[in-house]
Design a protein around this ligand. Sequence first.
Ligand SMILES: [Zn+2]
Length: 295
Amino acid sequence: MKYISLLSSSYSGSTLLSILLGGQTGIIGFGDTYPHPRVKYESALCTCGSLLLRCSLYKQIEQEMKHSGISDYTWLSSQPYPFRHSPIFQIPGTPTIWYWCIKMMPRVLRKYLFRKFFRLTDTYLSVLSAASSAEYYVDGSKSLTRLELLRSHYDTIRVIHLVKDPRSFIHSCVSKYAPESHYKFLLWGWMLYNTWAHAYQRILGKDRYFFVYYHQLSRDPENVLQRILQFIGFNSAIIRSDSIDMTQQHILGNLMRLSFHGVENRPPQWREYLSAEIIQDIEKSIKTMKWLTLE
Ligand SMILES: [Zn+2]
């Protein structure tokens, strides 16, 4: 099974991209399924229409993981990387330190220290391919640490880096959960994440890294989807983007039956809602990211 890692900040359109990719026969993905403090999993819905915890595919995979020797596997306790539960990981800044420790670790040491994690991921992929007959898995965890570990295990891993306009990202965060006064902190996190994600163009090489802006994807999904499918080497005469059957997908918490032709063909909302000072400050701050072009 070919492994595709989707990288994007939160509220940046990764669910839309997961749906478009998972709508193709031969590609499977679940969006971001790892436990998150802002999601109530007991009442979360799967796109197939069932409660997430009652979805037949989720249950089947959980059961087959147990049969394959991962006796404690459950969706609710699964983690994108092996040390997330450790108490030291709760100290602010520690996840970043771990990421850089792994980055500096030689491949042979990673293979040894994280052998259980690699075995679990191998088992997960073989269970998925038996349950779905899919050829591609789209990992929607958006975790740089997971990618950093897995790239030493899967030589053909590919990355799709989805970037939302930072002004639009800040608007999404402040309209959904964060006070406006936190925007500098949010922007700082966004800049670090996307700078490190973009570095995989150099680390993996241009043929294993694909960069896409969210506004392009939402305005012209068909075209962008075709380019992405070409990038991953997906061969199909039928490419679906306007008639995706959501009941055949199993993505967390989204029941919209969208038509993907020009999903968001309207002026961006951040122009109306963000103050001129904040917009100016964002535009000034991101000038250091030379690879990024704003509209
Ligand atoms: Zn489902």
